[in-house]
Ligand binder design. Structure first.
Ligand code: ZN
Length: 384
């Protein structure tokens, strides 16, 4: 950006920051499982959790309302997460179900947690269910950046059901649409609807039936966690809008992929097809998702924001433009500070991508697109 002298201070204070839209955060599971309160700052939550089991189980948090304000994080795609009983991590893991009524209760409890948060503190968080809601949440950020603790803005939450294995029947999606969910990722790991992470396979007849009902209701389809063959089938079959809320390009992850992450990332063929469907990829800036065979306890220096940029750039190169790369952090989604790139202490540090974009010849509008405007455009076109 070229600054006239009058604007220099404004620029140097960092007030020309882009808004960020984060395609994936498991906020409700953290709120319910670990009692995290995202109205607090990341620093305050970390202090409160000293001496508890939470940092050992889920890492130190990277998220908090103050951090959203400082990082201009205006909107989050926030999940309802549940998985089949066989994936229970340990006794503390209360997101697993053994039947559809348990799955229903888990998802409804998480949705209620978002509703309570947004009802209790609408100046901090707002639910986004329509393009009108989106506009009313984003406009204040676009008119005047947050300069916490001065001017602050509510952060929007759009609800994604991550893993729909526990639905009683495909028709149940209509009820979740009425309740406010706007995006569904059918699979986390499983084979009921289609192949997923760790469990390869193709779409089942019932899975196609689910897609039909999702399309009829108007859902955005999330192909994250789908096996490659299922993702390609979905890209071919689903008539509605499609995105990958949180995923990376497997072709940049060299070496042997951790067996737990088999089928987790996107092949270049999937990315090209997603681009052809005008979709968006939320790049996932966590070390275990950027570097093969990185394991908990290994140095964070194995990845930096330069590694994250390489993933973003790869999507742009495959697309031939900057319209399809975005962010989907998955912060606090099973990993925290101890698994984040070493130059990233909280979500606010995603703004440190700015000089990396500049150094690599990306314009301000390219940067703004990738940090927030690509999700913004996609959601404006996709929400009712
Ligand atoms: Zn996930």
């Amino acid at each position: 950006m070229n600054c006239t002298p009058a604007l220099v201070c404004f620029h140097l204070k960092g007030k020309d920051l882009s808004i960020i839209i984060d395609g994936h955060e498991d906020l409700a599971t953290n709120m319910i499982t670990f009692g995290r309160d995202y109205r607090r700052s990341a620093a305050e939550t970390r202090t409160r959790e000293i001496g508890t089991s939470t940092p050992g189980l889920n890492g130190d948090t990277l998220l908090g309302w103050e951090d959203y304000q400082r990082g201009q994080v205006a909107l989050i795609i926030a999940t309802l997460f549940s998985s089949p009983e066989k994936y229970r991590l340990a006794g503390w893991d209360i997101t697993t179900f053994s039947n559809s009524s348990e799955a229903y209760s888990i998802s409804m409890r998480q949705l209620d947690a978002y509703k309570k948060l947004t009802d209790d503190d609408p100046e901090m968080f707002r639910l986004v269910m329509s393009s009108g809601d989106l506009e009313s949440v984003l406009n204040p950020w676009l008119e005047k950046p947050s300069d916490f603790p001065g001017t602050t803005h509510p952060v929007g939450l759009m609800i994604l059901m991550e893993g729909a294995e526990g639905l009683k029947e495909p028709e149940e999606v209509e009820e979740w649409w009425q309740a406010g969910v706007r995006m569904i990722g059918p699979v986390w790991s499983g084979t009921r609807w289609c192949g997923g992470t760790r469990e390869p396979g193709r779409f089942t007849p019932e899975g196609f039936h689910l897609l039909d009902h999702m399309a009829r209701a108007g859902f955005i389809l999330d192909i994250s966690h789908m096996s490659p063959e299922s993702a390609l089938q979905a890209l071919d079959y689903y008539p509605g809008r499609i995105a990958a809320s949180h995923a990376n390009a497997v072709s940049l992850i060299h070496g042997t992929i951790n067996p737990l992450l088999q089928n987790r990332h996107l092949t270049d063929e999937i990315i090209r097809n997603l681009v052809a469907r005008d979709g968006v990829v939320g790049i996932l800036p966590m070390v275990p998702m950027l570097v093969s065979n990185w394991k908990s306890g290994d140095p964070r220096s194995a990845a930096t924001l330069e590694t994250v940029f390489a993933q973003i750039d790869h999507i742009c190169q495959l697309a031939g433009n900057t319209r399809h790369a975005a962010l989907g952090t998955d912060f606090d989604g099973g990993f925290g500070l101890q698994s984040s790139p070493e130059d990233l202490e909280t979500i606010a540090d995603l703004q440190k991508l700015d000089p990396i974009f500049r150094k690599n010849g990306f314009s301000d509008s390219d940067k703004t697109a990738i940090l927030g405007n690509n999700w913004k455009r996609f959601l404006e076109e996709s929400l009712p």
